[in-house]
Design a protein around this ligand. Structure first.
Ligand code: NAD
Ligand code: MG
Length: 399
């Protein structure tokens, strides 16, 4: 039985699409979303889960009202409901596809309960990587990365057939590919004027708005660098970011004998999702086969950390260690939300993150409480930075 956390989002919908293609193989135990009643209702009717969780209390009440009496789905509300469907004994597989730091407690609950954890929610690893990896090891959970790059790396590495733990035997380095996002060729002055819709118009991938902005700023690649350090036990120096605009190669592993293994495919998240759901078997995913003749060429270039300072900030956060990564992640979430709300410029996102990191004290992330308090404090500092930019006018603080 599968629980899908964040079922109404881009990854959640793709996950249910793959599941719908294999009704003999998967049953849905729990679905969870923030507040979109209509989508969750339709999913309940189609998949008949045992539980549906809404984070928002009014939305939970509305869903209860709208579900037909004979549906058999019970509606739960809030974090307790989320952890319940992540850790229930009936569940063997949990898709963690909530966006942002809000996904950490439920991903941790699934890991502690020894589930097969399909991890799309990269922010939970960035924020609490130490805790999450420790929980996976102690409980015997299996972590299968769903982020396309990490899924590609996983596919290119030797993996323990029982625990799903990847091995670094013979590995020289990891080549983490990046599309470069919609602003790959934009000048800094042009990015200054970028609108939320322009930032969300990704050339290759269709995704939620927060990760789309992260892709445009290259913070997504910064978060993925941190994610790769945790999942594969790599030092940041063992990871090289390579811009590959076609998004056909999803990442590569370079071995000491000169071999480079790449995983390729059309940019469609149903491939890594089906890989996670079926592992170690391969399932039909609904993704069109790759046509290399039509693709014609694959290009590669170095990332420009001058125009995209978020990548540098993520590198600095991982080097600083401790709660620096949680602070970087929280400040980014606040800055991205402020940009999407039209409050700050696109180019002010790295400014808010850098100023927040400068103002905060970094400590050891010894418990979930410590990590969560760093997250809350960083959100407050980042919120002040946004307010200061607003008071100074829209151009203030932005070179
Ligand atoms: P999305 O915005 O489309 O969907 C987010 C989902 O999380 C929704 O179901 C929403 O209801 C739920 N949600 C939001 N806040 C919540 C909260 N506080 N509590 C519980 N549920 C909440 O996002 P997405 O694009 O599907 O991305 C989900 C995660 O997967 C992100 O961490 C993202 O970085 C990662 N990811 C996405 C893609 C992609 O192609 N979309 C690729 C790689 C990784
Ligand atoms: Mg990715």
């Amino acid at each position: 039985m599968v629980s899908v956390l964040g079922s109404t989002g881009s990854i959640g919908v793709s996950t249910l699409d793959v599941i719908a293609g294999h009704p003999d193989r998967f049953g849905v135990y729990g679905l969870a979303a923030s507040s979109s009643v209509a989508t969750l209702l339709a999913q309940c009717l189609a998949f008949q889960p045992r539980y549906a969780v809404m984070m928002d209390a009014a939305a939970a009440e509305e869903l209860r009202r709208q579900l037909p009496a004979d549906c058999g789905t019970e509606v739960l509300q809030g974090e307790a409901g989320l952890s319940r469907i992540a850790a229930a004994t009936e569940v063997d597989t949990v898709m963690a596809a909530i966006v942002g730091a809000a996904g950490l407690p439920s991903a941790l609950a699934a890991a502690r309960a020894g589930k097969t954890l399909l991890l799309a929610n990269k922010e939970s690893l960035v924020m609490g990587g130490h805790l999450l990896m420790q929980a996976v090891q102690q409980s015997g959970a299996r972590l299968l990365p769903i982020d396309s790059e990490h899924n590609a790396i996983f596919q290119c590495m030797p993996v323990n057939p029982a625990s799903a733990a990847p091995s670094l035997a013979g590995v020289d380095k990891v080549l983490l590919t990046a599309s470069g996002g919609p602003f790959r060729q934009w000048s800094r002055a042009r990015m200054d004027e970028a609108t939320p819709d322009e930032a969300c118009a990704h050339p290759n991938w269709s995704m939620g708005r927060k990760i789309s902005v992260d892709s445009a700023s290259l913070m997504n690649k910064g978060l993925e660098l941190i994610e790769a350090c945790w999942i594969f036990d790599l030092a940041p120096g063992q990871i090289e970011v390579v811009v590959h605009p076609q998004s056909i190669i999803h990442s590569m592993v370079q071995y000491r004998d000169g071999s480079v293994l790449a995983q390729m495919g059309n940019p469609d998240m149903r491939t890594p999702i089906a890989y996670g759901l079926g592992w170690p078997e391969r399932l039909v995913s609904g993704v069109a086969p790759l046509d290399l003749i039509a693709t014609a060429r694959l290009d590669f270039e170095a990332p420009d950390e001058g125009r995209f300072p978020c990548l540098r900030l993520a590198r600095e956060a991982v080097a600083a260690g401790g709660t620096a990564m949680a602070i970087c992640n929280a400040a980014n979430e606040i800055a991205v939300a402020a940009f999407l709300d039209g409050m700050i410029r696109f180019t002010a996102i790295p400014l808010v993150i850098e100023q927040t990191l400068e103002r905060m004290t970094i400590v050891e992330p010894t418990s979930l409480a410590v990590v969560e308090s760093a997250d809350v404090a960083a959100r407050s500092v980042a919120g002040e930075r946004v307010a200061t930019l607003l008071r100074g006018g829209r151009r203030a603080g932005v070179a």
